[in-house]
Design a protein around this ligand. Sequence first.
Ligand code: PGA
Length: 254
Amino acid sequence: MTREIHVFGNWKMNQNKGDIYKFFEELGDSLSELKCQKGISPQFIHLPLALELATDYGIEIGAQNCSHESKGAFTGDVSPTGIKDLGASFTLIGHSERRAIFNEDHALLAQKTKLALENGLKVVFCIGETLEEREADKTLEVLQTQLSEGLKGIAKDQLENIILAYEPVWAIGTGKVATPEQAEEAHQFIRQYASDNLGFSAEELIILYGGSVKPSNAEGLFKMSNIDGGLVGGASLIADDYLALCKIAHEVNS
Ligand code: PGA
């Protein structure tokens, strides 16, 4: 089975309404014909607008996070039920910014993942080591713990609805991209570990690379046999760059 290359954009806390209209206007007609899986995660408040504008382009729209509970007294939180109800199809969970800035731990991430899946959302589950951990030769150990603890208790029949994203923290928003070989090594490990220990299908599991992906470095990454596309921050805010990344994915897929 050949896994299709994905180009998923994480807009983080960026883009106002005007920027979003402009982004979709600038994408142009050719995008929908490109053979690759396309996704974008805007801020919660812009999910309805993005869902409306993305339909013509075949871009899946997802959230960047969701609550660990489906309803109740959780002021300021956003439930996976509500995200699904809007028509979004997936959510990111465990992004390093959620882990580091909002102190989201393994147990919380496992709870969120379980609930999102139970509510019919696909989950893009993010993992990755810090520079300190890499320099201490702890990368694989960290990835293993993030996977085994963060995906604890997930029903086996839900695993096909999980995409993994390897995002080394030192490469996110820094312009320092992992080399295709560095990323491939981590992806290979993740695929092996996830299939041997967690029940994923090694053949079918999609693993995205994230961390300073842009049109100038994407080809080398997307061509690696264990890298199934990118989770892209900064470059996904620019329509021309998003389109260029989808063109590269299309070429690799063809
Ligand atoms: P970046 O962000 O592409 O801007 O490095 C990636 C991410 O955080 O998902």
